[in-house]
Write a protein that binds this ligand. Structure first.
Ligand code: ZN
Ligand code: ZN
Length: 497
């Protein structure tokens, strides 16, 4: 079953009033799972939201189209922000510039466009952008407003490859509509060159009806014809284009995340058995602003090099391995700079210099001739909050603050206890459990792959035991300095739904 998303469809207009049930029915038959309904002025908000109440596949964007920029005031903008904040709308749009009709003066269009881009940033919602014969001013305003927080879609993309490149550099997405099927279309070049993870499909119903229905009323079910034309131009299968554009739209509009948050366990399934063929993705390393990465839940392994510090000197160094889990609990709400890390590390120290010298002083004792001492085992479990300074970049930097639980097992102590010849009051146990604060700094490389985001990560963590140590014979402070390198996979859950 194909699963398509029509990312732009004005199905609240009068032309659908009589047969909206049949229109939605035909969309379902065509495999359309979600229809994003953008609005163009405040009087359309209620009818669009009513459709969302009636049909589960309908999601609404609220915004003022440049055609109506001269008709609205500050209260209308407040209403847009309120609907965005309250979760009634999944995007701000459609907004933008239209110099072809120029119903509103250009200056007014700029002002209202900019105001709404800022609403998009404040609410954490993506912006659905309309552009007609206004490439230069539109891209300049987006560039000025892009501070890393703006996510935007240039809908009905009909501009040049140069504009496409600028939009990609600014972290944007584009969507294609029925006009790519027209005989006189000059859009084959942009359709071919847009990166696989940066485009979506739409109908813009009731307008821009694709061939062979050109001239008739457009409707969401015809979005499959747009997918088919893209497949033809790019030389790929319709299934591939469907998977790509649906995954891109789910990510851009955050369509599946709340569901995913409820079904966190599905992450394990995603690692074990990817359920659908993965679309081809390209990594756009030229992007100045990268789209937000999918980093809801990650799991990986790491390699650590530990230095154990007692008092003022390094006691031992050794290497070990561990498991690294992480979750971004607020990502469904748009917060992607906070992660909770859970990291287990096991390090074995054989023959550390401190114990060796201790053993040497015992060597004179005939009873200890040829003794072998078991290694020390140091297990740590870190739980910490990771704050990423620039979560949307390909290379991100972070600081982390948390607690470390230490489980230390000292081989020489267990040996001495087993010999039963030491001061029993002092040597009561060879294992200690303790905890204390830890801090870390790190760097992560985020790579988009067909399986999700793969993130090679390096961090340096310093943890220390707080308070009295339970082992009387080890009664000095104990700290661990531990650089680690790991690789984490953040599965793309949108592929599962
Ligand atoms: Zn438009
Ligand atoms: Zn539109």
């Amino acid at each position: 079953m194909r699963s398509l998303i029509d990312t732009h469809s004005h199905i609240y207009v009068d032309r659908f009033a009589d047969d909206i049930d049949q229109v939605i029915g035909r969309a379902r038959e065509a495999g359309v799972e979600t229809i994003v309904v953008p609005t163009t002025k405040p009087s359309e908000f209620a009818p669009a939201l009513a459709l969302a109440d009636r049909f589960p596949e309908v999601r609404v964007a609220v915004g003022v189209h440049p055609h109506h920029a001269h008709e609205i005031d500050g209260d209308d903008l407040l209403e847009i922000e309120r609907l965005g904040t309250e979760g009634k709308a999944i995007a701000i749009g459609e907004i933008g510039l239209d110099y072809y009709y120029e119903f509103a003066p250009k200056e007014r269009q700029h002002e209202i466009f900019r105001d709404q881009l800022r609403i998009a940033k404040r609410t954490g919602l993506p912006a659905v952008v309309h552009n007609r014969e206004s490439d230069d001013d539109l891209m300049r305003i987006i560039e000025e407003e892009q501070d890393g927080l703006l996510r935007f879609q240039l809908h009905c993309f009909s501009s040049s490859e140069e504009v496409l490149r600028r939009a990609m550099d600014l972290g944007g997405m584009v969507s294609f509509t029925g006009n790519i099927t027209y005989k006189n279309s000059t859009l084959d070049g942009v359709v071919r060159s847009v990166p696989a993870d940066r485009f979506m499909i739409e109908t813009d119903a009731p307008y821009l009806t694709p061939v062979p229905y050109r001239g008739k009323r457009n409707e969401p079910g015809y979005v499959s014809l747009v997918a088919a034309k893209i497949a033809e131009i790019r030389g790929e299968t319709i299934e591939t284009i469907t998977l790509m554009t649906t995954a891109n739209a789910q990510r851009f509009f955050r369509l599946a995340l709340l569901l995913v948050a409820l079904l966190g366990a599905a992450g394990v399934r995603a690692i074990a058995q990817p359920t659908s063929p993965a679309p081809v993705r390209e990594i756009d390393t030229t992007a100045k602003q990268d789209p937000p990465f999918n980093k809801l839940v990650g799991l990986g392994v790491h390699f650590a090099s530990s230095s154990y510090i007692r008092g003022a000197s390094t006691d031992a160094t050794a290497t070990g391995f561990g498991i690294w889990g992480t979750v971004a609990p607020l990502q469904p709400l748009g917060v992607n700079w906070l992660q909770i890390d859970l990291i287990y590390t096991a390090v074995t120290v054989a023959g550390n210099p401190f114990d060796s010298s201790f053993i040497a002083t015992r060597a004179a004792n005939p009873q200890d001739a040829g003794i072998t001492v078991p290694p020390n085992h140091h297990n740590t479990f870190d739980i910490s909050m990771r704050f990423t300074a620039n979560p949307r970049k390909t290379i991100t930097l972070y600081g982390s603050l948390g607690l470390t639980y230490f489980h230390n097992q000292f081989g020489i102590d267990s040996y001495l206890i087993s010999r039963n010849e030491f001061d029993r009051k002092k040597y009561v146990d060879s294992v200690e459990n303790n905890w204390g604060p830890s801090v870390a700094i790190g760097v992560t490389l985020n790579l988009e792959t067909p399986f999700g985001t793969v993130a090679p990560t390096a961090e340096w963590r310093y943890g220390t035991i707080l308070g009295e140590r339970p082992l009387p014979q080890r009664k000095q402070e104990f700290s661990v300095s531990q650089p680690r390198v790991g690789i984490l996979l953040y599965p793309d859950f949108t592929k599962l739904f």
